[in-house]
Ligand binder design. Sequence first.
Ligand code: NGQ
Ligand code: ZN
Length: 461
Amino acid sequence: MNTLFADHALLPDGWARDVLLAWDDAGALTSVTAGAAAPIDAPRASGPLLPGMPNLHSHAFQRAFAGLSEYRNSTPADSFWTWRDLMYRFARDISPDQLEVIATQLYVEMLRAGYTAVCEFHYLHHAPEGQRYADPAEMSMRLLAAAQHAGIGITLLPVLYQDAGFGGQPPRIDQRRYLNRTDALLDIAQRIRAQGARVGVAPHSLRAVGPQALRELVAGVHAIDAAAPVHLHIAEQQQEVDDCLAWSGQRPVEWLLAHAPVDARWCLVHATHLSDAEGAALAASGAVVGLCPTTEANLGDGVFDAANYLAARGAWGIGSDSHISVDAAEELRLLEYTQRLAQQRRNVLVSDDTGVNNKRQVADHLWLGAVTGGAQASGRAIRALAPGQQADFVVLDGNGTLAGLTPSQALASHVFANQGRSSVRDVFVAGTRRIRDGEHALQRVACEHFVAARGELLREV
Ligand code: NGQ
Ligand code: ZN
Protein backbone atom coordinates (compact mmCIF):
# COMPACT_ATOMS: atom_id res chain seq x y z
CA MET A 1 0.00 0.00 0.00
CA ASN A 2 1.22 3.49 -0.92
CA THR A 3 0.38 6.55 1.17
CA LEU A 4 0.82 10.28 1.33
CA PHE A 5 -0.23 12.63 4.14
CA ALA A 6 -1.23 16.22 3.36
CA ASP A 7 -1.93 19.01 5.86
CA HIS A 8 -4.49 20.33 3.36
CA ALA A 9 -6.16 18.62 0.40
CA LEU A 10 -8.90 19.81 -1.95
CA LEU A 11 -11.65 17.18 -1.68
CA PRO A 12 -14.94 17.28 -3.64
CA ASP A 13 -16.60 19.41 -0.90
CA GLY A 14 -13.70 21.74 -0.39
CA TRP A 15 -10.47 21.92 1.59
CA ALA A 16 -9.94 19.30 4.29
CA ARG A 17 -7.22 19.10 6.96
CA ASP A 18 -4.91 16.22 7.79
CA VAL A 19 -5.75 14.05 4.82
CA LEU A 20 -4.24 10.60 4.41
CA LEU A 21 -4.31 9.25 0.85
CA ALA A 22 -3.74 5.56 0.18
CA TRP A 23 -3.62 3.82 -3.19
CA ASP A 24 -3.04 0.35 -4.56
CA ASP A 25 -0.34 -0.82 -6.94
CA ALA A 26 -2.61 -0.18 -9.93
CA GLY A 27 -2.67 3.51 -8.93
CA ALA A 28 -6.29 3.65 -7.72
CA LEU A 29 -7.10 5.44 -4.47
CA THR A 30 -8.29 2.99 -1.82
CA SER A 31 -8.98 5.54 0.91
CA VAL A 32 -9.02 9.31 1.42
CA THR A 33 -9.31 10.09 5.12
CA ALA A 34 -9.66 13.61 6.47
CA GLY A 35 -8.78 14.38 10.09
CA ALA A 36 -6.33 11.48 10.13
CA ALA A 37 -3.39 11.17 12.48
CA ALA A 38 -0.17 11.31 10.48
CA PRO A 39 1.43 7.87 10.45
CA ILE A 40 5.06 8.20 11.54
CA ASP A 41 6.41 6.62 8.37
CA ALA A 42 4.02 8.19 5.79
CA PRO A 43 5.58 10.59 3.29
CA ARG A 44 4.21 14.16 3.67
CA ALA A 45 3.14 16.52 0.92
CA SER A 46 5.18 19.72 1.07
CA GLY A 47 2.21 21.99 0.39
CA PRO A 48 -1.52 22.07 -0.44
CA LEU A 49 -2.62 19.05 -2.46
CA LEU A 50 -5.05 19.34 -5.41
CA PRO A 51 -6.71 16.79 -7.67
CA GLY A 52 -4.81 16.59 -10.98
CA MET A 53 -6.24 18.66 -13.82
CA PRO A 54 -7.42 16.93 -17.03
CA ASN A 55 -6.59 18.82 -20.20
CA LEU A 56 -9.65 18.11 -22.31
CA HIS A 57 -8.51 19.45 -25.68
CA SER A 58 -5.12 19.10 -27.34
CA HIS A 59 -3.72 19.07 -30.88
CA ALA A 60 -0.22 17.94 -29.90
CA PHE A 61 1.54 18.75 -33.18
CA GLN A 62 0.54 22.42 -32.86
CA ARG A 63 2.94 22.78 -29.91
CA ALA A 64 5.82 23.10 -32.40
CA PHE A 65 4.02 25.99 -34.13
CA ALA A 66 2.93 27.86 -30.98
CA GLY A 67 4.13 31.46 -30.96
CA LEU A 68 5.20 31.38 -34.61
CA SER A 69 2.20 33.12 -36.15
CA GLU A 70 2.18 36.32 -34.11
CA TYR A 71 2.77 38.71 -37.01
CA ARG A 72 0.38 40.43 -39.45
CA ASN A 73 0.17 38.29 -42.56
CA SER A 74 -2.90 39.34 -44.49
CA THR A 75 -4.68 42.39 -45.75
CA PRO A 76 -6.83 43.87 -44.34
CA ALA A 77 -6.61 41.69 -41.22
CA ASP A 78 -5.55 38.33 -39.89
CA SER A 79 -8.16 35.99 -38.52
CA PHE A 80 -8.75 32.48 -37.31
CA TRP A 81 -8.90 31.45 -40.97
CA THR A 82 -5.56 32.99 -41.97
CA TRP A 83 -4.00 31.37 -38.88
CA ARG A 84 -5.47 28.06 -40.00
CA ASP A 85 -3.79 28.33 -43.40
CA LEU A 86 -0.39 28.83 -41.72
CA MET A 87 -1.07 25.97 -39.29
CA TYR A 88 -1.98 23.65 -42.17
CA ARG A 89 1.27 24.55 -43.91
CA PHE A 90 3.20 23.70 -40.75
CA ALA A 91 1.32 20.38 -40.43
CA ARG A 92 2.08 19.42 -44.02
CA ASP A 93 5.32 17.45 -43.52
CA ILE A 94 5.32 16.29 -39.89
CA SER A 95 6.60 12.71 -39.73
CA PRO A 96 5.68 10.04 -37.19
CA ASP A 97 9.05 10.46 -35.43
CA GLN A 98 8.59 14.22 -35.27
CA LEU A 99 5.05 13.88 -33.92
CA GLU A 100 6.23 11.59 -31.14
CA VAL A 101 9.02 13.99 -30.18
CA ILE A 102 6.76 17.05 -30.21
CA ALA A 103 4.05 15.31 -28.19
CA THR A 104 6.56 14.00 -25.64
CA GLN A 105 7.84 17.53 -25.01
CA LEU A 106 4.28 18.81 -24.77
CA TYR A 107 3.14 16.15 -22.33
CA VAL A 108 6.17 16.77 -20.10
CA GLU A 109 5.23 20.46 -20.10
CA MET A 110 1.63 19.61 -19.25
CA LEU A 111 2.69 17.59 -16.23
CA ARG A 112 4.93 20.42 -15.00
CA ALA A 113 1.94 22.75 -15.31
CA GLY A 114 -0.43 20.61 -13.24
CA TYR A 115 -2.20 18.64 -15.98
CA THR A 116 -2.29 14.91 -15.22
CA ALA A 117 -4.35 13.74 -18.21
CA VAL A 118 -4.99 14.82 -21.78
CA CYS A 119 -7.72 14.31 -24.37
CA GLU A 120 -5.86 14.24 -27.67
CA PHE A 121 -8.06 15.41 -30.56
CA HIS A 122 -6.04 13.76 -33.27
CA TYR A 123 -6.51 14.35 -36.99
CA LEU A 124 -3.02 14.17 -38.51
CA HIS A 125 -3.54 10.56 -39.57
CA HIS A 126 -1.85 10.03 -42.93
CA ALA A 127 1.41 10.65 -44.76
CA PRO A 128 1.97 14.05 -46.42
CA GLU A 129 0.24 13.22 -49.70
CA GLY A 130 -2.61 11.49 -47.94
CA GLN A 131 -1.30 7.93 -48.38
CA ARG A 132 -2.05 5.53 -45.50
CA TYR A 133 0.93 4.47 -43.45
CA ALA A 134 1.51 0.69 -43.39
CA ASP A 135 -0.34 0.82 -40.09
CA PRO A 136 -3.18 3.31 -40.65
CA ALA A 137 -3.04 4.02 -36.90
CA GLU A 138 0.70 4.84 -37.02
CA MET A 139 0.29 8.45 -35.85
CA SER A 140 -2.13 7.40 -33.11
CA MET A 141 0.42 4.90 -31.84
CA ARG A 142 3.03 7.67 -31.70
CA LEU A 143 0.76 9.77 -29.50
CA LEU A 144 0.19 6.83 -27.15
CA ALA A 145 3.96 6.30 -27.01
CA ALA A 146 4.53 9.97 -26.15
CA ALA A 147 1.97 9.82 -23.34
CA GLN A 148 3.67 6.74 -22.01
CA HIS A 149 7.17 8.28 -22.11
CA ALA A 150 5.95 11.35 -20.23
CA GLY A 151 3.66 9.42 -17.90
CA ILE A 152 0.48 11.40 -18.51
CA GLY A 153 -2.97 9.79 -18.73
CA ILE A 154 -4.49 9.92 -22.20
CA THR A 155 -7.87 9.67 -23.88
CA LEU A 156 -7.19 9.37 -27.59
CA LEU A 157 -9.85 10.77 -29.90
CA PRO A 158 -9.21 9.93 -33.56
CA VAL A 159 -10.87 12.63 -35.62
CA LEU A 160 -13.22 12.11 -38.54
CA TYR A 161 -12.66 14.78 -41.20
CA GLN A 162 -14.39 14.58 -44.57
CA ASP A 163 -15.60 17.91 -45.93
CA ALA A 164 -14.24 21.44 -46.30
CA GLY A 165 -17.51 23.06 -45.27
CA PHE A 166 -21.25 22.66 -44.63
CA GLY A 167 -23.23 20.73 -47.21
CA GLY A 168 -20.43 18.31 -48.12
CA GLN A 169 -18.00 20.71 -49.79
CA PRO A 170 -15.07 18.70 -51.23
CA PRO A 171 -11.99 18.71 -48.98
CA ARG A 172 -9.05 20.97 -49.79
CA ILE A 173 -5.73 19.54 -50.89
CA ASP A 174 -4.09 20.72 -47.66
CA GLN A 175 -6.62 18.65 -45.67
CA ARG A 176 -5.71 15.31 -47.26
CA ARG A 177 -3.67 14.04 -44.30
CA TYR A 178 -6.82 14.26 -42.18
CA LEU A 179 -9.37 12.38 -44.33
CA ASN A 180 -10.98 9.03 -43.57
CA ARG A 181 -14.07 7.12 -44.43
CA THR A 182 -16.18 6.51 -41.35
CA ASP A 183 -15.45 2.76 -41.20
CA ALA A 184 -11.70 3.37 -41.58
CA LEU A 185 -11.82 5.84 -38.68
CA LEU A 186 -13.62 3.28 -36.54
CA ASP A 187 -10.88 0.77 -37.43
CA ILE A 188 -8.31 3.23 -36.08
CA ALA A 189 -10.37 3.54 -32.90
CA GLN A 190 -10.42 -0.25 -32.54
CA ARG A 191 -6.67 -0.41 -33.01
CA ILE A 192 -6.16 2.16 -30.23
CA ARG A 193 -8.53 0.25 -27.99
CA ALA A 194 -6.60 -2.96 -28.63
CA GLN A 195 -3.59 -1.21 -27.05
CA GLY A 196 -5.57 -0.90 -23.83
CA ALA A 197 -5.88 2.87 -24.16
CA ARG A 198 -9.01 4.94 -23.45
CA VAL A 199 -10.50 5.78 -26.81
CA GLY A 200 -13.34 7.95 -28.04
CA VAL A 201 -14.05 9.64 -31.35
CA ALA A 202 -14.14 13.19 -32.61
CA PRO A 203 -16.26 14.29 -35.53
CA HIS A 204 -14.09 17.35 -36.25
CA SER A 205 -16.92 19.85 -36.60
CA LEU A 206 -20.27 20.24 -38.33
CA ARG A 207 -18.24 21.87 -41.12
CA ALA A 208 -16.16 18.74 -41.68
CA VAL A 209 -18.67 15.92 -41.02
CA GLY A 210 -22.14 15.68 -42.57
CA PRO A 211 -25.28 14.43 -40.79
CA GLN A 212 -25.11 10.84 -42.04
CA ALA A 213 -21.44 10.36 -41.21
CA LEU A 214 -22.02 11.90 -37.79
CA ARG A 215 -24.83 9.44 -37.08
CA GLU A 216 -22.79 6.44 -38.27
CA LEU A 217 -19.69 7.47 -36.35
CA VAL A 218 -21.47 7.94 -33.04
CA ALA A 219 -23.52 4.74 -33.40
CA GLY A 220 -20.37 2.89 -34.49
CA VAL A 221 -18.22 3.92 -31.56
CA HIS A 222 -20.99 3.29 -29.04
CA ALA A 223 -21.47 -0.20 -30.46
CA ILE A 224 -17.80 -0.81 -29.63
CA ASP A 225 -17.91 0.93 -26.24
CA ALA A 226 -21.13 2.41 -24.84
CA ALA A 227 -19.19 4.83 -22.62
CA ALA A 228 -16.86 6.22 -25.30
CA PRO A 229 -16.50 10.01 -25.25
CA VAL A 230 -17.51 11.99 -28.35
CA HIS A 231 -15.86 15.39 -28.83
CA LEU A 232 -16.37 18.00 -31.54
CA HIS A 233 -15.48 21.60 -32.27
CA ILE A 234 -18.54 23.79 -32.46
CA ALA A 235 -19.59 27.44 -32.82
CA GLU A 236 -16.08 28.77 -32.33
CA GLN A 237 -16.28 31.49 -34.96
CA GLN A 238 -19.14 33.74 -36.05
CA GLN A 239 -18.46 32.60 -39.62
CA GLU A 240 -19.34 29.04 -38.67
CA VAL A 241 -22.62 30.18 -37.11
CA ASP A 242 -23.51 32.14 -40.25
CA ASP A 243 -22.62 29.23 -42.55
CA CYS A 244 -24.62 26.79 -40.44
CA LEU A 245 -27.65 29.10 -40.52
CA ALA A 246 -27.35 29.40 -44.30
CA TRP A 247 -27.10 25.61 -44.64
CA SER A 248 -29.77 24.47 -42.18
CA GLY A 249 -31.67 27.46 -40.84
CA GLN A 250 -30.34 26.58 -37.39
CA ARG A 251 -27.36 27.67 -35.33
CA PRO A 252 -24.65 24.98 -34.80
CA VAL A 253 -25.50 23.99 -31.23
CA GLU A 254 -29.21 24.27 -31.96
CA TRP A 255 -28.75 21.95 -34.95
CA LEU A 256 -26.62 19.47 -32.99
CA LEU A 257 -29.03 19.21 -30.07
CA ALA A 258 -31.90 18.64 -32.51
CA HIS A 259 -30.14 16.03 -34.65
CA ALA A 260 -27.72 14.09 -32.43
CA PRO A 261 -28.16 12.14 -29.18
CA VAL A 262 -26.10 14.62 -27.13
CA ASP A 263 -25.64 13.50 -23.53
CA ALA A 264 -23.03 13.32 -20.77
CA ARG A 265 -20.62 11.42 -23.04
CA TRP A 266 -20.27 14.42 -25.32
CA CYS A 267 -17.82 17.31 -25.16
CA LEU A 268 -18.57 20.41 -27.22
CA VAL A 269 -15.29 22.24 -27.68
CA HIS A 270 -15.45 26.07 -27.61
CA ALA A 271 -19.24 26.54 -28.03
CA THR A 272 -18.31 30.22 -27.95
CA HIS A 273 -21.27 31.63 -29.84
CA LEU A 274 -24.50 30.54 -28.14
CA SER A 275 -27.92 32.10 -27.94
CA ASP A 276 -29.39 32.14 -24.42
CA ALA A 277 -31.68 29.27 -25.41
CA GLU A 278 -28.76 27.21 -26.72
CA GLY A 279 -26.78 27.85 -23.53
CA ALA A 280 -29.65 26.68 -21.35
CA ALA A 281 -30.33 23.60 -23.50
CA LEU A 282 -26.65 22.69 -23.57
CA ALA A 283 -26.32 22.97 -19.78
CA ALA A 284 -29.38 20.73 -19.41
CA SER A 285 -28.03 18.12 -21.87
CA GLY A 286 -25.33 16.97 -19.43
CA ALA A 287 -22.62 17.44 -22.07
CA VAL A 288 -19.32 19.11 -21.18
CA VAL A 289 -18.31 22.41 -22.75
CA GLY A 290 -14.59 22.35 -23.56
CA LEU A 291 -13.23 25.83 -22.93
CA CYS A 292 -9.77 26.77 -24.21
CA PRO A 293 -9.46 30.37 -23.03
CA THR A 294 -5.88 31.13 -24.12
CA THR A 295 -6.33 29.66 -27.60
CA GLU A 296 -9.74 31.32 -27.98
CA ALA A 297 -8.14 34.65 -27.08
CA ASN A 298 -5.18 34.04 -29.37
CA LEU A 299 -7.42 33.20 -32.33
CA GLY A 300 -9.91 36.00 -31.73
CA ASP A 301 -12.85 33.64 -31.26
CA GLY A 302 -15.05 35.65 -28.91
CA VAL A 303 -16.08 35.37 -25.26
CA PHE A 304 -18.02 32.38 -23.93
CA ASP A 305 -20.76 33.41 -21.51
CA ALA A 306 -19.40 31.33 -18.65
CA ALA A 307 -21.27 33.30 -15.99
CA ASN A 308 -24.69 32.19 -17.21
CA TYR A 309 -23.56 28.70 -18.21
CA LEU A 310 -22.02 27.97 -14.81
CA ALA A 311 -25.02 29.50 -13.04
CA ALA A 312 -27.17 26.99 -14.97
CA ARG A 313 -24.86 24.26 -13.60
CA GLY A 314 -23.53 23.31 -17.00
CA ALA A 315 -20.54 20.94 -17.03
CA TRP A 316 -17.27 22.36 -18.32
CA GLY A 317 -13.53 21.81 -18.37
CA ILE A 318 -10.38 23.36 -19.82
CA GLY A 319 -8.07 22.54 -22.70
CA SER A 320 -4.85 24.00 -24.03
CA ASP A 321 -5.86 23.29 -27.65
CA SER A 322 -3.18 25.01 -29.81
CA HIS A 323 -0.79 25.17 -26.81
CA ILE A 324 -0.20 28.89 -27.08
CA SER A 325 -0.10 28.41 -23.30
CA VAL A 326 0.36 25.16 -21.40
CA ASP A 327 -0.72 26.07 -17.89
CA ALA A 328 -3.90 25.00 -16.10
CA ALA A 329 -3.73 28.05 -13.83
CA GLU A 330 -3.57 30.45 -16.76
CA GLU A 331 -6.62 28.92 -18.47
CA LEU A 332 -8.66 29.37 -15.29
CA ARG A 333 -7.38 32.91 -14.75
CA LEU A 334 -8.24 33.98 -18.27
CA LEU A 335 -11.66 32.33 -18.07
CA GLU A 336 -12.49 34.43 -15.02
CA TYR A 337 -10.89 37.55 -16.49
CA THR A 338 -12.91 37.40 -19.72
CA GLN A 339 -16.06 37.49 -17.58
CA ARG A 340 -14.75 40.39 -15.48
CA LEU A 341 -13.89 42.37 -18.60
CA ALA A 342 -17.30 41.72 -20.16
CA GLN A 343 -19.29 42.44 -16.98
CA GLN A 344 -17.09 45.13 -15.40
CA ARG A 345 -17.22 43.24 -12.09
CA ARG A 346 -14.91 41.10 -9.95
CA ASN A 347 -15.17 37.48 -8.71
CA VAL A 348 -17.78 36.32 -11.21
CA LEU A 349 -17.35 32.54 -11.35
CA VAL A 350 -18.07 31.43 -7.78
CA SER A 351 -20.11 28.67 -6.21
CA ASP A 352 -23.62 29.10 -4.79
CA ASP A 353 -22.67 27.99 -1.28
CA THR A 354 -21.35 30.55 1.17
CA GLY A 355 -17.79 29.25 1.51
CA VAL A 356 -15.59 29.50 4.58
CA ASN A 357 -16.20 32.72 6.57
CA ASN A 358 -18.61 33.79 3.84
CA LYS A 359 -15.76 34.01 1.31
CA ARG A 360 -16.74 32.40 -1.96
CA GLN A 361 -13.40 31.44 -3.42
CA VAL A 362 -13.08 31.73 -7.20
CA ALA A 363 -9.97 29.57 -7.63
CA ASP A 364 -11.27 26.69 -5.47
CA HIS A 365 -14.53 26.69 -7.41
CA LEU A 366 -12.85 26.83 -10.82
CA TRP A 367 -10.29 24.13 -10.03
CA LEU A 368 -12.92 21.68 -8.81
CA GLY A 369 -15.31 22.48 -11.67
CA ALA A 370 -12.66 21.98 -14.34
CA VAL A 371 -11.48 18.70 -12.80
CA THR A 372 -15.02 17.29 -12.66
CA GLY A 373 -15.94 18.26 -16.20
CA GLY A 374 -12.52 17.36 -17.57
CA ALA A 375 -12.78 13.90 -16.06
CA GLN A 376 -16.24 13.44 -17.54
CA ALA A 377 -14.94 14.42 -20.99
CA SER A 378 -11.97 12.05 -20.56
CA GLY A 379 -14.16 9.05 -19.79
CA ARG A 380 -11.67 8.01 -17.12
CA ALA A 381 -11.78 7.61 -13.32
CA ILE A 382 -10.01 10.88 -12.51
CA ARG A 383 -12.95 12.84 -11.11
CA ALA A 384 -11.72 13.68 -7.61
CA LEU A 385 -9.62 12.69 -4.64
CA ALA A 386 -11.97 9.86 -3.70
CA PRO A 387 -11.74 6.07 -3.34
CA GLY A 388 -11.91 4.25 -6.66
CA GLN A 389 -10.56 7.24 -8.57
CA GLN A 390 -7.01 7.27 -9.89
CA ALA A 391 -4.31 8.74 -7.63
CA ASP A 392 -3.68 11.82 -9.82
CA PHE A 393 -2.72 14.88 -7.83
CA VAL A 394 -0.67 18.06 -7.71
CA VAL A 395 1.24 19.41 -4.71
CA LEU A 396 1.84 23.15 -4.61
CA ASP A 397 5.08 24.49 -3.20
CA GLY A 398 4.30 25.27 0.43
CA ASN A 399 7.81 26.48 1.20
CA GLY A 400 8.25 29.44 -1.16
CA THR A 401 6.08 32.54 -1.31
CA LEU A 402 2.93 30.50 -0.62
CA ALA A 403 4.18 29.64 2.89
CA GLY A 404 1.91 30.79 5.70
CA LEU A 405 -1.20 31.14 3.52
CA THR A 406 -4.43 29.23 3.99
CA PRO A 407 -4.87 26.59 1.27
CA SER A 408 -7.53 28.71 -0.46
CA GLN A 409 -5.17 31.68 -0.46
CA ALA A 410 -2.38 29.50 -1.79
CA LEU A 411 -4.49 28.18 -4.68
CA ALA A 412 -5.82 31.67 -5.44
CA SER A 413 -2.23 32.94 -5.52
CA HIS A 414 -1.25 30.09 -7.83
CA VAL A 415 -4.14 30.86 -10.21
CA PHE A 416 -4.23 34.66 -10.07
CA ALA A 417 -0.99 36.06 -8.65
CA ASN A 418 1.43 34.69 -11.21
CA GLN A 419 5.02 35.76 -10.66
CA GLY A 420 6.39 34.22 -13.82
CA ARG A 421 7.07 30.85 -12.30
CA SER A 422 4.85 27.92 -11.50
CA SER A 423 4.09 26.91 -7.92
CA VAL A 424 3.57 23.31 -9.02
CA ARG A 425 6.06 21.25 -7.05
CA ASP A 426 5.16 17.57 -7.27
CA VAL A 427 2.78 15.79 -9.63
CA PHE A 428 1.58 12.21 -9.33
CA VAL A 429 -0.22 10.21 -12.01
CA ALA A 430 -1.78 6.90 -10.99
CA GLY A 431 0.26 7.13 -7.80
CA THR A 432 3.60 7.53 -9.59
CA ARG A 433 5.51 10.75 -9.04
CA ARG A 434 6.22 12.25 -12.48
CA ILE A 435 7.24 15.74 -11.35
CA ARG A 436 9.61 16.13 -8.42
CA ASP A 437 10.50 19.62 -7.21
CA GLY A 438 9.09 21.04 -10.43
CA GLU A 439 11.17 18.85 -12.73
CA HIS A 440 10.49 15.89 -14.98
CA ALA A 441 13.16 13.21 -15.43
CA LEU A 442 12.95 13.51 -19.23
CA GLN A 443 12.73 17.25 -19.58
CA ARG A 444 16.26 17.98 -20.84
CA VAL A 445 16.32 15.23 -23.45
CA ALA A 446 12.71 15.87 -24.50
CA CYS A 447 13.52 19.55 -25.07
CA GLU A 448 16.63 18.78 -27.16
CA HIS A 449 14.72 16.43 -29.42
CA PHE A 450 11.85 18.87 -29.69
CA VAL A 451 14.09 21.75 -30.75
CA ALA A 452 15.77 19.56 -33.38
CA ALA A 453 12.43 18.37 -34.81
CA ARG A 454 11.03 21.89 -34.91
CA GLY A 455 14.19 23.08 -36.67
CA GLU A 456 13.67 20.48 -39.41
CA LEU A 457 10.06 21.52 -39.84
CA LEU A 458 10.84 25.23 -40.00
CA ARG A 459 13.33 24.58 -42.79
CA GLU A 460 10.56 22.92 -44.78
CA VAL A 461 7.89 25.61 -44.38
C1 NGQ B 1 -8.02 22.44 -35.39
N1 NGQ B 1 -8.37 24.47 -34.11
O1 NGQ B 1 -8.61 21.44 -35.78
O2 NGQ B 1 -6.83 22.41 -35.10
C2 NGQ B 1 -8.78 23.73 -35.27
C3 NGQ B 1 -8.58 24.55 -36.52
C4 NGQ B 1 -10.65 24.14 -37.87
C5 NGQ B 1 -9.25 25.25 -33.47
N2 NGQ B 1 -10.47 25.25 -33.90
C6 NGQ B 1 -9.16 23.93 -37.73
N3 NGQ B 1 -8.90 25.99 -32.45
O3 NGQ B 1 -11.34 24.37 -36.88
O4 NGQ B 1 -11.11 24.04 -39.01
ZN1 ZN C 1 -9.27 22.15 -31.44
